[in-house]
Design a protein around this ligand. Structure first.
Ligand SMILES: Cc1cc2nc3c(=O)[nH]c(=O)nc-3n(C[C@H](O)[C@H](O)[C@H](O)COP(=O)(O)O)c2cc1C
Length: 306
């Protein structure tokens, strides 16, 4: 919480999985809830990786809101029922993913131009007893006013809150925020709103809260992946960053079974986001490392430079 505002950690597919979340909550914290990267159905089945990621056994001690991505009502209910069986009572629905192979199949933000499909999804989910929902969305897929035809549908599921990343799917991650459109949503929504997008500091959080005091809270993604201590300035120490890194590295070194290549590619994905402002030369050496020895040397050099 910052003042009385909720602070959520955004889901980042391939980054904020359970290993990252547990390390984050243990070493840094400052987050009211973590959201899982979306789970999806492929070939009529839940993916083992997704099941594992949201399993309560792997998320002990953290407040996790699992997220689903679907366009077919049956797929959505299959995931919701699985999550309910796992003990979850709140599920987040992804209407924001901008990745073209997903969006072009009417999923994520690609569903926003098709309100009748969203309506069918909501009507299928609503009757599941003891489940509540929230939604994470963009303004639209192609146009920044597509949300207008979606907003009335929220009365079907009565979301606990709506997380809005105020840009369109077609812009991907260009960070072209449309704050006028966000203002319109603030003026029109009867459900609590969470602001998401390009928050880089506590000061950014404060100015958003100042501009829209009726918000329920904010959600932060990439900046937290880069600086996991963003919300807890007293924990900004090289030692804490190193501990956080080691929790993650040691976990993968002990559990991945695909050899050095798999370990290196997993850690390279982590470094795509971690400590983006750290020594550029060391970061480059980490990304280029083709053996564990070179990789560990480059990592040690980077932590020595902090
Ligand atoms: C690599 C990556 C993966 C993402 N995966 C998801 C996801 O699984 N579910 C989702 O709702 N949003 C996902 N997002 C979007 C983020 O949750 C967030 O909405 C977006 O990055 C804007 O917030 P930020 O500027 O604080 O990062 C992803 C973003 C990135 C960069």
């Amino acid at each position: 919480m910052i003042d009385s505002y909720t602070v959520f950690c955004a889901p980042l597919q391939g980054v904020t999985n359970h290993v990252w979340r547990l390390a984050h909550a243990t070493i840094f914290g400052g987050i009211d809830a973590y959201f899982s990267p979306f789970m999806r159905i492929e070939h009529q089945q839940l993916l083992k990786r997704d099941i594992n990621d949201v399993s309560p056994v792997n998320n002990q001690g953290i407040n996790l809101i699992p997220q689903i991505l679907a366009c077919k009502p049956n797929d959505a209910t299959t995931m919701a029922l699985h999550l309910k069986d796992e003990g979850y009572s709140h599920i987040n629905i992804n209407l924001g993913c901008p990745f073209p192979p997903i969006a072009l199949r009417h999923k994520g933000s690609g569903m926003l131009p098709y309100p009748h499909e969203i309506e069918a999804l909501f009507r299928a989910l609503k009757p599941i007893p003891e489940l509540s929902f929230s939604v994470k969305m963009r303004l639209g897929w192609q146009r920044p006013d597509e949300w207008q035809q979606v907003l009335p549908l929220f009365s079907i599921i009565e979301p606990k809150f709506i997380i809005v990343h105020p840009c369109i799917g077609k812009d991907q991650y260009k960070d072209s925020l449309n704050l006028e459109a966000f203002q319109e949503i603030v003026d029109s929504s009867s459900f609590p709103l969470i602001y998401n997008g390009c928050i880089h500091s506590i000061d950014n959080v404060m100015s958003i809260i100042h501009r829209w005091p009726s918000l329920h809270g904010v959600m932060i993604g990439r900046a937290l992946a880069s600086n996991p201590a963003l919300l807890v300035p007293e924990k900004v120490t090289p030692d804490n960053y190193h501990k956080f890194y080691l929790e993650i590295y040691n976990h993968y070194a002990a559990t991945l079974t695909g050899g050095d290549h798999q370990l290196l590619s997993t850690m390279h994905a982590f470094w795509d986001w971690f400590l983006l402002d750290a020594n550029h030369k060391c970061r480059k050496a980490i990304k280029k490392a083709t053996s564990i020895e070179k990789y560990e040397n480059a990592v040690n050099e980077l932590f020595n430079s902090l």
